[in-house]
Design a protein around this ligand. Structure first.
Ligand code: HEC
Ligand code: HEC
Ligand code: HEC
Ligand code: HEC
Ligand code: HEC
Length: 236
């Protein structure tokens, strides 16, 4: 065999193998980097999709949003009233809390429209003139089985409203109210961070938040969730 023939043989062998190479290489995962690329990409895309689903889409589906019937400006009113917060939120003689003010507490000033604000016009036309109470949405509303007393916390323990409610009392507008579609409970109870992280004492007001402070402040031997009879400190 001449060297030329040998060379021809080799090149024809090489040609024979050529058509095979594109089939064998991508089929087996071990055989090259070509396959790891798409798999890693699919993994990253899938992970990103499930993170978006869990952290962005799911909370949006779980909570419904409602605007308050009227925009109420706390900062403006705090300057107009004589007795600060107590002008509108006060304790009755029996110790119960008045909570959200009734129409009667607004009428002295809003019998007629005072200014130019469209919110005030709406308030006077739709509620004051018709004698209808404003259906305010209460951010801190607990489920019906929970007993909560403002006297114990505000009068006896001398706690500040901000500890549990944040700065609503100083705000210029009311934030959007969100409710859990399944339980109907306000989002302020369970918190806005779905990982449950808490930066401020008012970020959530669920069972553990109440209990944690009671345990720390040694409120009542019984007000620890895990003790016998402890449930009935906060539950009816
Ligand atoms: C002129 C009356 C008025 C005064 C004064 C007033 N508020 Fe209010 N407050 C309201 C009305 C009306 C609402 C109902 C809106 C709502 O549901 O958030 C409200 C709601 C609130 C809420 C929301 C409760 C919840 O969970 O929905 C907090 C907290 C609050 N006020 C704190 C304060 C504090 C603190 C002050 C004093 C710095 C104050 N308010 C002064 C009228 C008043
Ligand atoms: C001490 C008197 C007084 C009381 C009590 C009072 N208001 Fe007002 N309110 C005013 C004045 C004054 C304005 C400002 C009007 C203007 O210049 O636009 C105002 C403005 C408003 C506005 C428009 C605010 C804005 O930012 O556009 C609304 C809505 C309103 N009040 C609702 C209420 C409600 C609800 C209550 C009862 C919980 C209430 N007010 C109690 C005096 C009062
Ligand atoms: C220890 C936490 C805590 C403190 C302190 C506190 N609150 Fe509350 N507040 C709550 C809880 C919890 C609710 C819901 C009660 C319920 O659903 O029965 C509530 C409800 C309310 C409501 C709505 C009540 C209703 O039934 O309409 C108002 C208004 C309010 N608080 C104002 C205040 C003001 C003003 C202060 C300060 C003087 C204050 N709160 C201090 C926890 C607190
Ligand atoms: C930041 C601390 C703190 C938080 C948060 C808190 N509490 Fe309290 N609570 C206290 C203190 C302190 C007392 C004791 C007041 C006193 O009698 O001097 C108390 C008393 C009570 C009492 C009366 C208990 C008794 O033995 O008479 C009830 C009921 C109660 N809390 C329910 C709740 C509920 C429900 C929540 C959550 C929505 C809550 N508390 C959140 C500090 C807290
Ligand atoms: C310090 C106050 C406190 C104590 C003590 C306490 N709870 Fe609660 N519990 C709450 C609050 C506030 C809620 C509503 C917020 C939430 O769901 O976390 C609640 C909610 C619940 C719910 C859900 C009810 C619903 O409608 O969503 C159950 C069930 C419950 N508690 C059982 C218990 C049991 C059982 C105990 C005794 C081992 C107990 N709790 C002790 C404050 C308390």
């Amino acid at each position: 065999m001449s060297t030329e023939d040998k060379a021809n043989e080799i090149s024809s062998e090489a040609q024979d193998q050529k058509p095979n190479t594109p089939i064998t290489v991508p089929a087996t995962p071990q055989s090259g980097d070509g396959a790891a690329g798409p798999i890693t990409l699919f993994f990253i895309l899938g992970l990103a999709a499930s993170l978006v689903l869990g952290w962005v889409v799911f909370p949006q589906l779980l909570y419904s949003s409602k605007e308050q019937p009227i925009q109420f400006n706390h900062a403006l009113h705090n300057e107009l009233v004589d007795d600060s917060c107590q002008s509108c939120h006060f304790f009755r003689e029996d110790g119960t809390y008045s909570g959200v003010p009734k129409l009667a507490q607004c009428i002295d000033c809003h019998e007629e429209v005072q200014g130019e604000s469209p919110e005030e016009e709406k308030f006077v036309a739709q509620y004051v003139e018709k004698g209808r109470e404003v259906p305010w949405l209460v951010y801190s509303r607990q489920p019906a089985c929970v007993f909560f007393s403002h006297v114990a916390h505000v009068e006896m323990a001398k706690m500040d409203c901000v500890t549990c409610h944040g700065n609503i009392g100083e705000s210029e507008s009311l934030k959007t109210y969100q409710a859990n579609r399944i339980t109907g409970i306000s989002r302020d109870i369970w918190g806005y961070n779905i990982a449950g992280l808490k930066k401020n004492s008012w970020d959530s007001m669920k069972m553990d938040d109440c209990s944690e402070c009671h345990q720390r402040e040694k409120v009542n031997q019984n007000s620890v969730q895990t003790l016998k009879g402890g449930c009935f400190v906060c539950h009816k």
